[in-house]
Structures are given as structure tokens and as C-alpha cells.
Design a protein. Structure first.
Length: 378
């Protein structure tokens, strides 16, 4: 244990990369999709379910776990891996994004951010040092620096100020991380987050300063927050090109299946998004032939088609569209669980297929066809 975090490249196809990083809770092949487990579980799914989808790493949220049950409770359990009984790797986001989305109820200073709990309105304070202490109590294999994420449509001045603050907070996050003792002897890799909105000069400046701090991995933050899809792709590609080739790159909070495929093509290695689970709970299903809504009456008597004929998940190998439609319309909890299981399986395996295509160098042609297929209506 300890000092194991490392990243290797196994193949390239254009700018797309296939690699692997090693953690104290197993290897993670990249590109990778990380299901979101905000409050210590992937909504509706057990760790066994999640691992059956092929997922190797789950995301948790510092903000939510700090407010409830409190990071000391998780530390007392022996860390989040033990508390939620997940044997694979974990990543925690720093709360930078959550506290800034609570704009009306947060007050930001150089020291940190004071904010109100969305649960009971109680006042809390996050600083880079405080967030590192919480992330060390939680014990994820990858932890994120505390950053400021403005809307990408904010003024240049606001975005510049956020870049400067993010850089000062990255330095403080790094210092606090190195000062704190190891979490039960496990290594935690601290990633830096590049901000800068849609401005290339700010992205270049932020990336250069963070690269000089020598983080083991880098995230691209501040995207998918109001800019156009083309800007998301262009800025992802540009920012990825500024980062070291021998470190993983994580595009935070992205996105639709077609966005992820394009971002892989732009040189991104890691993704997380609430869409597969949130959409499942809203009856929306991702398939290899496009999206469908399971409530649609077209499925009422369809006893022979699974959600996705090309899918090998438990839901698709056991149940018809007609049955799933009935469960959903009847308000049965099982519907939410079976649709979530399928959507997570779809995302994880789409990205795993992208990896195989990068390794055998057929990624670019495959991506063009697949982007069109998955973005349409099934
Ligand atoms: N910063 C952090 N978490 C995030 C983001 C960010 O910019 C985003 C932006 N899409 C999602 N999650 N810390
Ligand atoms: Zn399926």
C-alpha cells in the first residue's frame, strides 16, 4: 500500500488514449466511466449490481458526505470503501462545484466559502485545508482539489478571478494533503482542476501553473456549465493538449454518450455523470440505437424486445419492454432499479468498447457511426 498510483498508456488512436491507472483498490482501465455515488451509493443499486455492470471506480461527494453522515462517521467505519462495502476504487469530488451552485446562500472569501446546508440551512465553511481533511477522512483513492467553478457564460473578469483563486487553492490543497497523515496507510492521489471557462488564454495559463505543481492527474472543470456543445469539444481538446501525456485527464460532469465519445477522441481519459441514473429514474433509457422513453405506449405489448437487444445486462437478458413499462407506470421501485442498472451498464460498456477500438486502432471510424446511433431516437 502507498505510492502505487501510476498511469500507463497502452494505445493511441488520433488523440484518443487507452491506458490504465493503478490504485490501492485495483487497476482502472481508461477511458473509464465512473458511476456517481453521491451519498455513499449509486442510487438504487447495490455494490454487487454496480460491479456487475463492469464499473471499476465510483465517485462520491465531499459536500454531501460531510453534511450527512459527517466525514468522522465514515472515518470511524474505516473509510468509505468499508462503510459502503465497495471493493473497487473511489474518487471524491471536492465540493467546489456543489457550493458554487448554491450561489444565493454562499459567501466566498480568499479563505474559503461559507454556505448553507441544503438539508437544514445550517451554516458551514469549506476551505482547501478543511476539504482535504474531509477527503482524508473519507479515504477515496483519488481526491480533488478545492476549486472555484463559475458558469462558463460569466464575464472574462469573473472567470479570470476564479482561475487565480483556483490556483491559490490548488497550492493550499496540495500543502494540506501532504501535511495530513495517510488514510489507514492507503495512498490518495490528489488531482488538480483546470478552470478558465471558454477562454484559451486562461486555460493555458491555468494548466501551465498546475502542471508546474506536479499533480498525479488533472481534471478539466468549468465545462458543461452553459457553453455550446462545440465549445465543450474544442476547449476539452485544447486543454487536454496542454496536459502531460503521462498523467490521466478527467472531464468533470460530462455528459451524454455522444459527448463522452467525442471527448475521448479529444484526449480525455475519465468521465462521471448523473445522467444514466437520473434519466433512468425519469423513465429515459440509453441504448445502442438511441434514447427511448419506457413510458411510451409503443412498448405496451412488446413482450419480445429488451431495452437494448445489443445489451448483456441483467435487465436486458431477463425482462421485456412491456414488463418494464408496466413496472414504471405502476410506480414500482423495481423499475427504477432495473433501468438504472441498464443505463450504467450501457455507459460503462460504451466506454470500454471505445477502449478496445483505440487499442486495435479502429476508434475513429467506430466513433463516427456510434455517435450518430446513440444520439438518435430508438
Ligand atoms: N469542479 C468540481 N467539480 C465539478 C466541476 C468543476 O468545475 C464540474 C463542471 N462540469 C462538474 N463537477 N470540483
Ligand atoms: Zn441492458
Amino acid at each position: 500500500m502507498g505510492n502505487t498510483f501510476s498511469f500507463e498508456l497502452h494505445g493511441r488512436s488520433g488523440d484518443a488514449r487507452a491506458g490504465v491507472f493503478y490504485t490501492d483498490h485495483g487497476p482502472v482501465e481508461t477511458p473509464v466511466f465512473m458511476p456517481v455515488g453521491t451519498q455513499g451509493c449509486v442510487k438504487t443499486l447495490s455494490p454487487h449490481d454496480v460491479s456487475q455492470t463492469g464499473a471499476s471506480i465510483i465517485l462520491g461527494n465531499t459536500y454531501h458526505l460531510h453534511l450527512r453522515p459527517g466525514s468522522e462517521v465514515i472515518r470511524s467505519a474505516g473509510g468509505l470503501h468499508r462503510f459502503e462495502n465497495w471493493g473497487g476504487a473511489l474518487l471524491t469530488d471536492s465540493g467546489g462545484f456543489q457550493v458554487f451552485s448554491l450561489k444565493d446562500i454562499s459567501r466566498i472569501t480568499e479563505e474559503g466559502v461559507e454556505f448553507s446546508s441544503h438539508l437544514d440551512g445550517s451554516r458551514h465553511f469549506f476551505s482547501p485545508e478543511k476539504v482535504m481533511e474531509i477527503e482524508h477522512n473519507i479515504g477515496a483513492d483519488i481526491i480533488m482539489a478545492f476549486d472555484e467553478c463559475p458558469s462558463s457564460t460569466a464575464s472574462r473578469e469573473v472567470i479570470y478571478a476564479a482561475v487565480e483563486r483556483t490556483l491559490r487553492w490548488a497550492e493550499r490543497s496540495l500543502e494540506a494533503h501532504h501535511r495530513l497523515p495517510l488514510h489507514f496507510g492507503y495512498e490518495q492521489a490528489l488531482f488538480g482542476i483546470v478552470q478558465g471557462g471558454i477562454h484559451r488564454d486562461y486555460r493555458a495559463y491555468c494548466a501551465e501553473k498546475l502542471v508546474a505543481m506536479d499533480f498525479p492527474g488533472y481534471a478539466i472543470g468549468g465545462l458543461a456549465v452553459g457553453e455550446s456543445t462545440q465549445q465543450l469539444y474544442d476547449i476539452s481538446r485544447y486543454t487536454a493538449s496542454l496536459l502531460p501525456v503521462d498523467k490521466p485527464r478527467y472531464l468533470m460532469g460530462v455528459g451524454k454518450p455522444e459527448n463522452i465519445l467525442e471527448a475521448i477522441g479529444a484526449g480525455i481519459d475519465m468521465f462521471d455523470c448523473v445522467m444514466p441514473t437520473r434519466n433512468a429514474r425519469n423513465s429515459s433509457v440509453f441504448t445502442s440505437q438511441g434514447r427511448l422513453n419506457i413510458k411510451n405506449s409503443a412498448h405496451r405489448l412488446d413482450f419480445s424486445t429488451p431495452l437494448d437487444p445489443a445489451c448483456t445486462c441483467y435487465t436486458c437478458t431477463h425482462f421485456s419492454r412491456a414488463y418494464l413499462r408496466h413496472l414504471y407506470k405502476a410506480g414500482e421501485i423495481l423499475a427504477l432499479r432495473l433501468l438504472s442498472l441498464h443505463n450504467i451498464h450501457f455507459y460503462v460498456n460504451l466506454v470500454a468498447e471505445a477502449r478496445r477500438r483505440i487499442v486495435d486502432n479502429s476508434f475513429l471510424e467506430w466513433k463516427e457511426e456510434t455517435v450518430h446511433a446513440v444520439a438518435g431516437k430508438a
